[in-house]
Design a protein around this ligand. Structure first.
Ligand SMILES: [Zn+2]
Length: 290
């Protein structure tokens, strides 16, 4: 990524929001997303929002947009007789007076998209200039809203089950400074397995049933050890599966009060013990897990 980053950011101040490059930007973003999924070894069904949050990275398009806005703000901060400021003035007037879909139009479109104030109808005298931090704040709000809008229980949710499972079980709680399980200094194979577990690609019946053709209804993805009505999902593996009772008995402190939810289990301070339990549990329930 450190090699690719400078290339995919090259001159994005200019094309990052320019309407002329909308299609090319979408194609580039799609390619980056595909390569990111290949890099971390997950299928295309894993949402980009989930990957970005797990890896604690900002999607490439956010970088493009913030840098374009930053460039726009710098142009307007220059002296009124500066050549580059005059370029910005011309761009703004062409957009406002002649409806030309240029650089300034892309900036205004983006401010509108983020619900940052833009006078409507525009006036030639009023130029919307919101700093990059305002854009970052709005992007944070949008991300938070995406996760907040998900249903409370992954077992019963009807919409975006992968994202819902991640948000309710594996997303880092606010204020928790513990490293994600996949960042622990473990063998690369173990880190990969833990990462795939957090993004729902672990081979448990809830995952295998999703990949089956035709897909098995979620309520019928039974645990192969416990059978109906136990659905073989992450919560079942950690708290309920009879096949892992000996692992729980060996590490009772992991399940002490107040560990009542998957999130509380995953994000408790005993990081290595949690990772070991998940790895051992997957080895029993999904022997072929990579
Ligand atoms: Zn079971």
């Amino acid at each position: 990524m450190s090699y690719a980053q400078p290339k995919i950011m090259y001159c994005c101040e200019i094309w990052g929001l320019h309407p002329r490059y909308n299609a090319k930007r979408d194609a580039l973003l799609s390619g980056i997303s595909r390569h990111l999924r290949q890099l971390v070894g997950v299928p295309n069904c894993v949402p980009l929002a989930l990957l970005a949050d797990t890896l604690q990275i900002r999607p490439a398009d956010h970088h493009w947009c913030v840098r374009a806005v930053n460039f726009w703000c710098k142009l307007w901060a220059r002296p009124s007789n500066d050549f580059w400021r005059q370029v910005a003035v011309d761009s703004w007037h062409d957009s406002f007076q002649h409806g030309i879909r240029n650089f300034a139009a892309g900036i205004v479109d983006y401010y509108n998209y983020l619900h940052l104030p833009v006078h409507t109808p525009h006036t030639a005298q009023y130029v919307p200039v919101h700093p990059p931090q305002a854009v970052l704040d709005r992007l944070e709000i949008r991300t938070a809203a995406t996760f907040a809008s998900l249903e409370p229980d992954p077992r019963t949710c009807l919409d975006r089950p992968l994202l819902c499972t991640y948000a309710r079980y594996f997303r880092k709680p606010v204020g928790n400074s513990a490293p994600p399980l996949y960042m622990l200094p473990l063998a690369p194979k173990s880190c990969r397995t833990l990462f795939r577990f957090m993004v729902g690609c672990h081979g448990l019946p809830v995952h295998a049933g999703r990949l089956a053709r035709p897909p098995v209804p979620r309520a019928q993805r039974y645990c192969s050890h416990c059978g109906p009505p136990s659905v073989g999902d992450e919560r079942h593996m950690i708290f309920e599966c009879a096949a892992l009772q000996h692992l729980r008995a060996a590490k009772p402190l992991l399940f002490d009060s107040p560990v009542l939810t998957v999130a509380q289990f995953v994000w408790q301070p005993k990081r290595f013990a949690v990772a070991r339990f998940i790895l051992d549990g997957l080895a029993i329930l999904v022997p072929a897990v990579d």
